[in-house]
Design a protein around this ligand. Sequence first.
Ligand SMILES: NC(=O)c1ccc[n+]([C@@H]2O[C@H](COP(=O)([O-])OP(=O)(O)OC[C@H]3O[C@@H](n4cnc5c(N)ncnc54)[C@H](O)[C@@H]3O)[C@@H](O)[C@H]2O)c1
Length: 333
Amino acid sequence: MTQSVLVAGGAGYIGSHVCKVLAQSGYTPVTLDNLCTGRRDFVRFGPLVEASVSDTAVVASTVKKYDIKAVIDLAGSIEVAESVKNPLKYYDNNFAVKIPFLKTLSECGVKAVVFSSTAAVYGEPVVVPIPESHQLIPKNPYGSSKLAYEQLLRDFHLAGGPAWMALRYFNAAGASFDGDIGECHEPESHLIPLACFANLGKNDALSIFGNDYPTQDGTAIRDYIHVLDLASAHVLAVEALLKGAAPTAYNLGNGIGTSIGEIMACFERIGFPVPHTFKPRRAGDPIRLVADSSAAKTNLGWTPKYADIETIIRSAHQWHTKTLAAEKNVKVG
Ligand SMILES: NC(=O)c1ccc[n+]([C@@H]2O[C@H](COP(=O)([O-])OP(=O)(O)OC[C@H]3O[C@@H](n4cnc5c(N)ncnc54)[C@H](O)[C@@H]3O)[C@@H](O)[C@H]2O)c1
């Protein structure tokens, strides 16, 4: 019998890719998801338990039924701007609901929890590439709620709770190469899907916030990491923890800073020009966010395979082209 891993948030964008790579690696991913933003049709690689992480009775019965020893927790709310308007939602869904969840996992004998954290825990970087030892001063409730959960995992482990790893993602992007799952947020706020929408005519021109930053072309710089590379790190993190690795936080990025201008140029070069307009900078957007992921590479043996931005963009564009065509067929039909 294959080992089962519980994936909270497994019906979401990154969670479904984690489930895919778990299944390819010989595990059974058991998705626990309340489908508040996730999609039922993304759960293709193992069973779905439709419930919130706060439903402790369901969590306990699921852990027992599938003999779960390791949990990957991607469940949460992800919109930075929404978190500023509605911080209570973020402290609730990214932190408060996780207290009974974690307690139940521990009581049921779960040994390891791998958690989706974010570069937003750092706030404005003072050193780039950003190492894990960088100061942690989040600039919005989203980042603060994620950092609070990291600290809870650390403190609870010291008091006998499960071992943990917090994986701090930089900009997740791209889609499965066979086109079965991809990025799907409602509303969408991430650059590469919005660029695809503008190219495919789903949206009007893409708004680019700021072209007067002190960068080579005036636009902000981010570290884009293919979602399948993120996913493979989760499998390595689970395996490391179950073998007794020390709990810690790891950055997951390529260490390559790409400006928005370079993203636009790449879309153009591969035949997908993106109509765009420039708007003033948004408050709180850092100029440059690039990861130092050397610790994950050294300690987990993680090697990103799809670092090339063109590969990331092509996979995203393929997914959105297919999805848009399917949506049009439904509307026509
Ligand atoms: N997308 C990025 O670039 C990025 C960057 C850094 C960190 N992250 C983190 O990665 C995780 C996944 O992000 P995503 O982009 O796949 O988002 P997503 O919205 O597609 O996935 C989140 C999933 O969690 C589920 N969920 C939310 N609250 C839940 C609850 N209380 N109980 C059970 N299920 C619940 C949703 O239904 C959804 O399936 C999030 O925790 C996010 O903060 C994402």
